[in-house]
Design a protein around this ligand. Structure first.
Ligand code: SAM
Length: 503
């Protein structure tokens, strides 16, 4: 493969979030990337047998897709829950259907009836200590939670039912089979706890935990008691579908004698991963933490604690976030983001590509990424707004105030000769926006596209540091230049009113 002649992807790829059972509906995680977009990028920028790394791997979409596409997929994440999900999915490919169904039969015989009896009893009859099962530690939750202690996240029925199931799963000798069942159990916890909120107007089983929607432990006003056995069984069915789907993909390649996929996994800070993979990656696709809002490790306590995977303090100190229980500052985040992006480029071979997904209305974060890339001799070749994704549309429904939603994919090429950015010019933000709109010939424009172009142009002109534009300013400027917001299609439309951009 001649990597230097690859034409970069410059158009957005419609996201198919629900298209792969191996990712969708298997186990929730934060900001999971649409598998088809990730896969298309991997296929475009790398070759069979190549090493594809995701240093901020999350639930493992990149490394799993790379593995299934005959590459060496390298998953890394500091959060044990992320690696538990990713490795559990890959473990599915190593065990037989017979092993799975034999063990399911045993669990069903031992647990189903007890769980249904508990479900039908009233909570007050239940003494959680009267069951001969291990309970999790009743640890203190993050300070922004609605409740103080771990047990407060469950009704007595929920806590005991989950404990009985886990107790039975722990009896499975084979570690791969045990992990697959624990994955179904762990996915069950996401629904069998008091943070689960049913979606309005849908059956009560449809919904999700507040942990993934508002990023804190908010307890539902009216707790929904779902049937734990049914829930576990449904989660388990999703796992079987995921296995079938992955086996089809692998067996097809095996038949042709082409199968060579590998999967490797690490729980390291991205800087430590650099030492292991220095200049070894053929392609990197990654989605670094976005700063505020999501404290991955705090929010994963629900799982990490009961699974016995709690990260130690040393690891927690390395998480790249703003805030959280350790109250990391914004400056700390920016410094760490810069170092970690450099670490990513250090892992990349020369003459190879790297894509970073990012979403944030903070130009300083973009500047940090772009500067780190430049310091690493990497040239920005494409910046794509992933508009049109269902999650994007959901945010956009809030109206024009949310002028920006969705994600950008910035793609770089690492070289030994880097073109510097232009010297500072006599141009300001207003001027750049005016120029972009002037050059833009379509009747409608997405705010995301405009912002994207603005970042890139400001970068090229060397004025990104001055780019302190607020959302409101962008709205005002667009209105001033005669564009109106179309609430239905979530974009801006050119009106005939005024087209003199005055620059
Ligand atoms: C935006 S999420 C990635 C989600 C992923 N793209 C997916 O599809 O599931 C960012 C990830 O970075 C991880 N992370 C935070 N600090 C880290 C560090 N210092 N080293 C490695 N991973 C880190 C978080 O645990 C989180 O899973």
């Amino acid at each position: 493969m001649n990597y230097s002649t690859i034409t970069p992807i410059t158009k957005h790829i419609p996201a198919n979030r629900q298209g792969a059972k191996r990712h969708y509906g298997l186990h929730p995680y934060f900001t999971r990337r649409p598998f088809n977009v990730v896969r298309d990028y991997i296929l475009h920028y790398s070759d069979k047998g190549d090493t594809v790394i995701d240093p901020f791997g999350g639930s493992g979409v990149t490394a799993i897709e790379a593995f299934l596409e005959n590459r060496i997929g390298v998953q890394n994440d500091i959060n044990p829950l992320a690696n538990f999900i990713a490795s559990g999915i890959v473990e599915l490919t190593k065990i037989s259907f017979n092993d799975i169904f034999d063990n399911l039969k045993i669990i069903e015989n031992e647990c189903k009836e007890i769980l249904i009896n508990i479900f039908q009893s009233s909570g007050s009859e239940i003494d959680i200590y009267s069951f001969n099962v291990d309970l999790p530690d009743n640890i203190t939750l993050p300070s922004n939670s609605d409740v103080e202690r771990y047990f407060d996240l469950f009704t007595p029925q929920q806590l005991v039912s989950l404990a009985i199931l886990k107790n039975q799963i722990n009896k499975i000798d084979n570690p791969s089979i045990r992990q697959v069942f624990l994955l179904a159990w762990s996915s069950t916890i996401a629904r069998i706890n008091k943070t689960f909120i049913s979606t309005k107007g849908r059956v009560e089983t449809r919904g999700g935990s507040s942990i993934f929607s508002i990023y804190r432990y908010k307890v539902a006003k009216d707790v929904v008691e779902l049937n734990p056995w049914e829930c576990f069984y449904n989660r388990f069915s999703n796992i079987i579908r995921a296995k079938k789907e992955m086996m089809n993909s692998i067996e097809l390649k095996q038949k042709k004698g082409e199968w060579q996929g590998q999967f490797k996994i690490y729980k390291l800070d991205v800087n430590e991963l650099r030492d292991l993979y220095y200049e070894s990656a053929d392609y990197i696709f990654t989605d670094p933490p976005y700063g505020g809002h999501i404290s991955y490790i705090d929010l994963s306590i629900l799982w990490n604690s009961w699974l016995g995977l709690m990260p130690n303090d040393e690891l927690r100190q390395k998480e790249i976030i703003v805030g959280g229980e350790l109250k990391f500052t914004e400056q700390h985040y920016i410094n760490r983001l810069k170092d970690s992006i450099k670490a990513c480029f250090d892992m990349l071979k020369n003459g190879r590509w790297l894509s970073i997904v990012f979403q944030h209305w903070n130009v300083e974060y973009f500047e940090t990424i772009l500067t780190a890339a430049q310091d690493s001799n990497a040239e920005l070749k494409a910046a794509v707004s992933q508009i049109g994704d269902p999650i994007w549309s959901m945010h956009k429904k809030k109206g024009k105030e949310s002028v920006l939603a969705g994600e950008f994919i910035l793609t770089f090429y690492k070289t030994t000769r880097i073109k510097g950015v232009k010297e500072e010019r006599e141009i300001d933000v207003r001027g750049i926006i005016a120029k972009i709109l002037q050059d833009y010939k379509e009747p409608t424009i997405y705010g995301e596209y405009l912002f994207n172009q603005l970042i890139i142009e400001a970068w090229k002109y060397g004025i990104i540091k001055e780019l302190k534009i607020k959302k409101e300013d962008l709205i005002d400027l667009l209105s001033e230049y005669g564009w109106t917001y179309d609430n239905r299609n979530h974009c801006w439309c050119k009106s005939n009113k005024r087209q003199d951009y005055l620059f």
